[in-house]
Design a protein around this ligand. Sequence first.
Ligand code: FES
Ligand SMILES: [Fe+2]
Length: 360
Amino acid sequence: MLTQTAYRVHKAPSSEVIAKYYQAMRPFWHPVMPAADLPDHEPRATELLEEPLVVVRLNGRLAAMEDVCRHFQAQLSLGEIREIAGYGDCLMCPYHGWSYDATGQCVDIPQMSAGREIPASAKVPRYHVQERYGLIWVCLAEQPIFDLPDLAGLEDPEFLQGPLRTYESWASSAPRVIMAALDDTHGAWVHEGLVGDRNHSEPPDHKVHREGRCLKVEFTMLQPNNPTIAENDQYAALRDVALTTTVGIPNIIHFDIQAVDSADGRRTMIWQAVSPRKYNETDTYWGSARNYDFDQAVYNEAFEAMQDTLREQDRRVVESQRPWLLPPFWTKIELPLRPADLPLIEYQRWLEELGITIGI
Ligand code: FES
Ligand SMILES: [Fe+2]
């Protein structure tokens, strides 16, 4: 007989659980688009936790607001930037020309009778917004819980930055996408020959601890010698690789990778930041950096092609996971094992403390 729990695993989460998940995710910075995708003089629409947003540069500064005009609810992102005396650049609604400043306050209504004041309620919610690591980040709460983490190598002139890539949306929740990257024991099964080897599937000896707003995981593991560690093209050879993984709670993951047997100081960074558009739709931004081979474009191509392959291999497995939202430990729906799954257990423990993982 099917239990109630088993039945719910394959269903969409209840609207109550989705609302709680969105509420718990609001006080964090989430990436919404590459900064390069936002032109200087045009607004852009985006979505975060099912909220429609408009992002725009007004008077040289970023602004993020709800993408709904206070007048008759047209999308502000369809509008344009217009200069209003005393305010400079404002965002003008495409329907009747109401214009909003960077605080979301309407400062011009073309149809107003002379002598009447703009109502104070002619205002749209605006949100915290910042640009970092080539991305635009938004926080939907009054106050972000954590600042963005300082990620090694990404703002360091000693490192060559690879291009920022955007992967198409996955039908999965953001924590599950981060966990797919944090999970280091699936390599032998999903990515055999690329980052894993089935003859060496023993779990790494993880050292896991919290450091400020980040979860840190340190370990070494045997991996095929391939462009991840950028030595050569001997894909079959195995070598020990030392990894330090930093998870910026809840949606950023960064790997600092070094070959154990070489004292050449070569470090490769790979990082991902994920955008929870909806509980079951997540976009991933991906970047890399390295402190060697600054002039080898061929290496870039091989490295990025391999990363694209890894992503596609992960995708089919991660999209198949149910329930959509990570089930809390108390449900006993999943069976994480120590020591192999220790990083995942510690990540989930933190999400549960923050109220992000509370039900399915
Ligand atoms: S709907 Fe925006 S100005 Fe009327
Ligand atoms: Fe993977």
